[in-house]
Design a binder for this molecule. Structure first.
Ligand SMILES: NC(=O)c1ccc[n+]([C@@H]2O[C@H](COP(=O)([O-])OP(=O)(O)OC[C@H]3O[C@@H](n4cnc5c(N)ncnc54)[C@H](O)[C@@H]3O)[C@@H](O)[C@H]2O)c1
Length: 418
């Protein structure tokens, strides 16, 4: 098995320094790491971690190694790998196959190399390892106790597999833990999506019209932060309850066809395909900016944009200009890949602290109970979710109110009325 494939091993020292900075902001994960060092719950377990290779992920990997695991790391998106982090992990002697700017073949070659470790547990952010194993390496499934999935899009894919009775091993939907989704997707994606757009363009949000596609956890977070910077936010939603929530949160709500001529910036966060497409490009203002923060680069119909453009040129890093026949210019950021990871650092360590605490404890759960679990998608056990919240509160020096015995009884009985 080839040891590692990274862009520049010389970046290892910079990577280690940045990993240490993130570590200092991930107290919950650190406490789990200490527990793992003592108890070694993952002794001899082989893990493939197909995740965004960032400083926060490096701290998750450190935690799993502390628990006794052997790990092969690969990226979960061609543009999200931080090359200094990949170099640092490789310099520690881990199997690492990831570099920024992989083409599709290189991306899948890296996952292929990682699964040569013959995993007992798979960690995914977008379900690409699980999909590859199910399509091409079904013989490996017998050794696999279970998998963990980090993001909404991956969970959607896995639920579809479970419905088709196609899953060969159990999976925990880490994304759906409350201490993941409500914080990572909302505050993490909310803030880092702005960061990516500002890094790529130096865009001023104040006074601009920003069209947000999707008002789920990520869309809510981004809309809230864009509004906070003074943008006029329009929300485009397909789900009536979410659309209603957006309206009552104070945003204009309309279909994309109506929003298309109004927006200065369009951001998709849906997990859906072709949310912005040719009929919308035709109506957009000159110099409208298009960005995606959903998992795959399918939310903006890039092939249609390519076909409609008479000229394409790179203006600066992460900004491509598409000149249309009538002279209008549309700018696509980071090739339509998740802007927060392609053009910024991704989520801050403080939120990834909770997401990866859920990952680490879910991995332990699979190592200990995988053999008894069915081939379906499981929620993160509620004890884990509550424990992560409590540890995070403790680290922030915050205390909760405690129920009195009287209140406990009242809340658990039906006898008392008016
Ligand atoms: N950038 C990141 O770092 C990051 C982090 C977490 C999640 N994600 C990804 O972001 C995407 C959204 O995640 P989420 O947790 O907010 O999901 P969610 O399910 O909570 O929200 C998605 C919303 O999009 C809406 N939607 C679907 N199709 C639409 C369409 N055509 N037009 C308008 N709205 C549409 C849905 O009704 C839903 O309300 C997923 O792909 C997820 O994997 C990215």
């Amino acid at each position: 098995m080839q040891k590692s494939v990274v862009k520049d091993p010389g970046l290892a020292e910079t990577g280690e320094k940045r990993i240490e900075w993130a570590r200092r902001h991930m107290p919950v994960l650190n406490s789990i790491k200490e527990e793992f060092e003592t108890e070694r719950p993952l002794e001899g377990v082989r893990i493939v971690a197909c995740l965004h290779v960032t400083v926060e992920t490096a701290n998750l990997i450190t935690t799993l190694v502390a628990g006794g695991a052997q790990i092969a790391v690969t990226g979960s998106n061609p543009l999200s790998t931080q090359d200094d982090v990949a170099a640092a992990l490789a310099a520690r002697g881990l199997h690492v196959y990831a570099f920024r700017g992989e083409d599709e073949k290189e991306y899948y070659d890296c996952i292929e190399k990682a699964i040569e470790i013959r995993p007992n547990i798979t960690l995914d952010d977008g379900a690409d390892t699980i999909a590859l194993i199910h399509k091409e390496h079904r013989d490996m499934a017998g050794d696999i106790l279970g998998g963990c999935e980090e993001t909404t899009t991956g969970v959607v894919r896995l639920r579809a597999m479970a419905e088709d009775k196609a899953l060969l091993y159990p999976v925990i939907a880490v994304n759906d833990a409350e201490t993941k989704m409500m914080f990572d997707n909302r505050y993490g994606t909310g803030q880092s999506t702005l960061h990516g757009i500002m890094n790529a363009t130096n865009f001023l949000f104040a006074g601009k019209t920003v069209v947000v596609g999707g008002y789920g956890w990520c869309g809510r977070g981004f809309a809230m932060r864009a509004k906070g910077l003074g943008a006029n936010v329009i929300v485009v939603e397909v789900e009536p309850r979410k659309a209603l929530e957006a309206a009552m949160d104070g945003y204009r709500v309309m279909p994309m066809l109506e929003a298309a001529p109004l927006g200065d910036l369009f951001v998709t966060l849906t997990g859906d395909i072709n949310v912005i497409r040719s009929e919308h490009f035709l109506l957009m203002k000159d110099q409208a900016i298009l960005a995606n923060s959903g998992h795959f680069n399918v939310e903006i119909d890039i092939p249609a944009l390519e076909r409609m453009a008479v000229e394409k040129s790179q203006i600066q890093k992460d900004v491509d200009e598409y000149r249309l026949k009538d002279g209008r210019r549309l700018y696509l950021l980071a090739e339509g890949r998740l802007i927060n990871l392609a053009a910024a650092y991704g989520h801050p360590p403080e939120v990834m602290d909770m997401s990866f605490a859920n990952q680490a404890l879910s991995v332990r759960h699979i190592a200990e109970h995988g053999r008894e679990m069915e081939k379906k998608v499981y929620a993160v056990p509620v004890e884990i979710d509550r424990r992560v919240a409590q540890l995070k509160l403790d680290s922030m020096g915050l205390k909760t109110e405690k129920l009195t015995p009287e209140q406990y009884k009242y809340l658990h009985s039906w006898q008392t009325g008016t």
